[in-house]
Design a protein around this ligand. Structure first.
Ligand code: SAH
Ligand code: SF4
Length: 355
């Protein structure tokens, strides 16, 4: 299969200013750019043909030089808890997954930023794919638009059913920083979906220099996948730790600009007999002490072929209690969509069985 990404630039990946330049080149007034932007980012159009208030001539001229790279829904699997795993196909035949998680007070989508992932974490199913390719900004935001449209088709009130986005699907978001940043800007645009940065959370395995850029150049919230409390153990689980060990990571976190509502989250996946002891909990409490941060405890979701096991709920509880006693704000993350392999770290392109 070809690895080539579209030769023509994708209109959905463009800012309003860039679209305005494209439209001007096609000899049309600037307000046409706003029309196109709204079609793409507010009305979830998936092709130029749908933009019926543009002249046919303009649509044809645009199609000669540009494309609209939309995702196609291949599969939507619903779990017993209401979670829906969507599988999408890109214009060049790559597959990716996004997971919808409804709750009483919010509707969250877990968004992918790459096809596969290069980071090689030992416990994660996505890692087994390696990195196939980065997603374009337009492909990152289109997951949100396709799911909004699919939810409305299922009777969920619109025009924008999703309230929260977490960039915790396939891929390492900060390894695709430019496209991620662009996607966040598109999603926050008032002419688009108008998301507040408070409702956008990006998760990283700990690319230290990129944490700094993320802090300076975006307003979204950040979650750090810590997962271990000693360098020896973290390096074994997460190879990124070799380059950016815990001390450097925590230093970057302490420097992270704590603008309003921008409290950091530390994610900690509990692996039975590996990082789930009370000594681990004590070290974790020591690491985050004095920081305006919260800890998210995640019971491991088992994956076929990977040598890790889920922890008992009683162990999660004891771990949680110790953190709380030491003044750490910690929550136990609910497990969602396990019965359809849509939970954290279970996303993988098909061809592999998620038992
Ligand atoms: N690449 C980014 C975001 C995607 S992974 C990152 O690593 O942060 C999202 C979260 O799922 C991470 O915190 C990761 O540690 C966790 N995770 C990966 N595999 C898991 C599994 N099998 N069970 C539970 N959580 C897992
Ligand atoms: Fe990549 Fe995150 Fe999985 Fe690690 S946990 S391999 S960074 S997706």
């Amino acid at each position: 299969m070809s690895t080539a990404v579209a030769a023509k630039p994708d209109l959905r990946s463009m800012s309003l200013a860039e679209l305005t330049a494209v439209v001007a080149q096609a000899g049309e007034p600037g307000f046409r750019a706003r029309q196109i932007f709204k079609w793409l980012h507010q009305k979830y159009a998936s092709s130029l043909e749908q933009m019926t208030d543009l002249s046919k001539g303009l649509r044809q001229r645009l199609a000669e030089t540009h494309s609209v790279d939309s995702l196609t829904e291949d599969l939507a699997q619903q779990a017993s808890d209401g979670t829906i795993k969507f599988r999408f196909r890109t214009h060049d035949g790559r597959q990716l997954e996004s997971v919808y998680m409804p709750e009483e007070d919010r509707k969250t989508l877990c968004v992918s930023t790459q096809v596969g992932c290069a980071m090689g974490c030992a416990f994660c199913m996505t890692a087994t794919m390696g990195l196939v390719r980065n997603l374009e900004a337009g492909e990152i935001v289109d997951q949100v638009y396709r799911v909004n449209a699919a939810l409305m088709a299922r009777g969920v009130p619109g025009p924008r059913p999703l309230t929260n986005l977490v960039f915790m699907g396939m891929g390492e978001p900060l390894h695709n920083f430019d496209n991620l940043k662009r996607a966040l800007e598109l999603l926050e645009s008032p002419e688009g979906s108008n998301f507040s940065h408070r409702h956008l959370t990006v998760s990283t395995s700990g690319l230290v220099p990129m944490i700094e850029r993320f802090g300076a150049e975006t307003e979204a919230k950040l979650a750090i996948s810590l997962n271990a409390t000693t360098d020896e153990q973290r390096t074994e689980l997460m190879p990124v730790n070799k380059k950016w060990p815990i001390a450097a990571l925590m230093e970057a976190c302490r420097r992270f600009p704590a603008k309003q509502g921008r409290r950091l989250t530390f994610e900690y996946v509990m692996l039975k007999g590996v990082n789930d002891s009370l000594e681990d909990a004590m070290r974790l409490a020591g690491l985050v002490k004095g920081m305006d941060a919260k800890v998210n405890l995640i019971a491991y979701n088992q994956n076929p072929g990977l040598p890790f096991q889920s922890v008992e709920p009683s162990q999660v509880e004891a771990f949680h209690r110790l953190l709380t006693e030491r003044g750490v704000v910690a929550v136990v993350r609910k497990n969602r969509g396990r019965d359809i392999a849509a939970a954290c770290g279970q996303l993988v392109a098909p061809g592999r069985k998620n038992a």
